[in-house]
Design a protein. Structure first.
Lengths: 315, 96
């Protein structure tokens, strides 16, 4: 057996094992650690499948930001965890859950096995029309031009998620600073890292966004790195989260979908179609949307992790 | 020349893999947080460093080589900071 196949088999076994462990673990902290490790191994599988764009997103969102979000949730649940472990569901609930899970698994397996061979694909037409945008990365072409509607709605979903998180704020803290004010030793290791790493991370984040035109990368991956740098500075106590009522912050939050929608409507006004770019200006227009989206994604992901406003802006 | 470079790669990557293996065994076997951290940082610093050293002769361009080295430096920075933070938290909780 070639070395590559052995590596793939080991990877698949480890991912499946970690998935089972994440579900079977009794404590939410242990399950979260399993999930983070899972989120770091799945990207390796995507790389083996030559889907580097997906791998980057999965590593940033599944392993990184998703892991931090779940860790924070696990820390919040710790006080009530022991009580909830004592509650065991009745046999009917267990039986129902097992039946539901088994049906879903069987349906997914059937759908996968019944796929025609070769599977239907739009990849050749996507590659054939790459000239229309002037971008060399086919994934960016699909995301920003051929299926631009999906990408725009995805940004609206991010906005709705922030509205959902902010709705959890108590009345007194409405419009205030999200999350606790972090305190750390100003001469400690965390503050040192928060001063040293962000300049580097910001350059890497912008590079990942910029290179997305021709190579794997793009607004989401770059934005996630920028968000991580921002959160590092906040967690080290070097900066506070901006108040949720701040106008500048809200403008940044709607910049991505706003610019996207404006350019989309302009396409309609020019007599083309909604979200159609005039071919000569396609690349600069896509770039403008991506810049706005990167900023929006960075701010949105950071605020999603910072949580609901907890402290009133006046204090 | 090519052959000599390949030998360097094989030896250095194997040595790096050995450090990762030893670090993992130690992580499972050592009794408390601080000694486990000690084992982990050896794997991160020396193991990753040796793997990067081994891959350098295979780098196609100077740019790729510099990228590999910066991965190692970033790994060192992250590893050193995180082990400091974990050690501090462990000492505060008195679980050492």
């Amino acid at each position: 057996m070639p070395v590559a196949t052995v590596l793939e088999l080991v990877l698949a076994a480890m991912v499946l094992g970690l998935a089972v462990w994440t579900i079977a673990a009794r404590q939410s902290y242990a399950a979260t650690v399993g999930f983070v490790a899972y989120g770091l191994l799945v990207p390796l599988i995507w790389v083996r499948l030559d889907a580097v764009d997906v791998a980057l997103t999965e590593a940033a969102i599944g392993g990184g930001l998703g892991g931090v979000l779940l860790l924070a949730a696990a820390a919040r649940l710790r006080a009530t965890e022991i009580a909830s472990l004592a509650e065991t569901p009745g046999p009917m609930v267990r039986l129902g859950a097992a039946a539901l899970s088994a049906t879903t698994t069987c349906a997914l397996a059937a759908a996968l096995l019944l796929l025609p061979d070769p599977a239907p694909t739009l990849a050749p037409p996507a590659i054939a029309h790459a000239w229309a945008t002037g971008l060399a990365n086919p994934v960016t072409n699909v995301l920003m031009a051929f299926r631009a509607m999906d990408t725009m709605l995805e940004k609206v979903v991010l906005l709705l998620a922030i509205v959902g998180v902010w709705s959890l704020a108590p009345d007194a803290a409405w419009g205030g600073h999200p999350g606790p004010r972090h305190q750390a030793d100003p001469h400690g290791a965390l503050a040192f890292l928060a001063r040293l790493l962000p300049p580097l991370g910001v350059v890497v984040g912008i590079y990942i966004f910029w290179t997305g035109a021709d190579h794997p990368g793009g607004a989401f991956q770059g934005g996630a790195i920028l968000a991580a740098m921002w959160l590092l500075v906040i967690m080290a106590g070097l900066a506070d989260t901006p108040p949720a009522g701040s106008r500048r912050l809200r403008l940044l939050l709607i910049a991505g979908p706003g610019v996207f929608l404006t350019i989309g409507l302009a396409g309609l006004g020019l007599g083309l179609a909604f979200l159609a770019y005039p071919p000569a200006q396609a690349k600069p227009l896509i770039l403008a949307i991506e810049v706005a989206m990167t900023l929006t994604i960075a701010v949105t992901l950071g605020l999603l992790l910072a949580g609901a406003p907890e402290r009133s802006a006046q204090r | 020349m090519r052959f000599a470079l390949d030998i360097v790669t094989i030896i250095a990557v194997l040595a790096g893999a050995f450090f990762f293996l030893a670090g993992t065994v130690a992580l499972l076997r050592f009794p408390d947080t601080l000694t486990r951290l000690h084992a982990l940082t050896k794997a991160d610093n020396l193991g990753l460093g040796l793997v990067v050293l081994g891959l350098l002769p295979q780098a196609i361009s100077l740019r790729d080589g510099l990228k590999l080295i910066s991965i190692w430096l970033l790994g060192l920075l992250a590893g050193a900071t995180v082990s400091q933070l974990i050690a501090r938290a462990a000492r505060r909780e008195g679980s050492t």
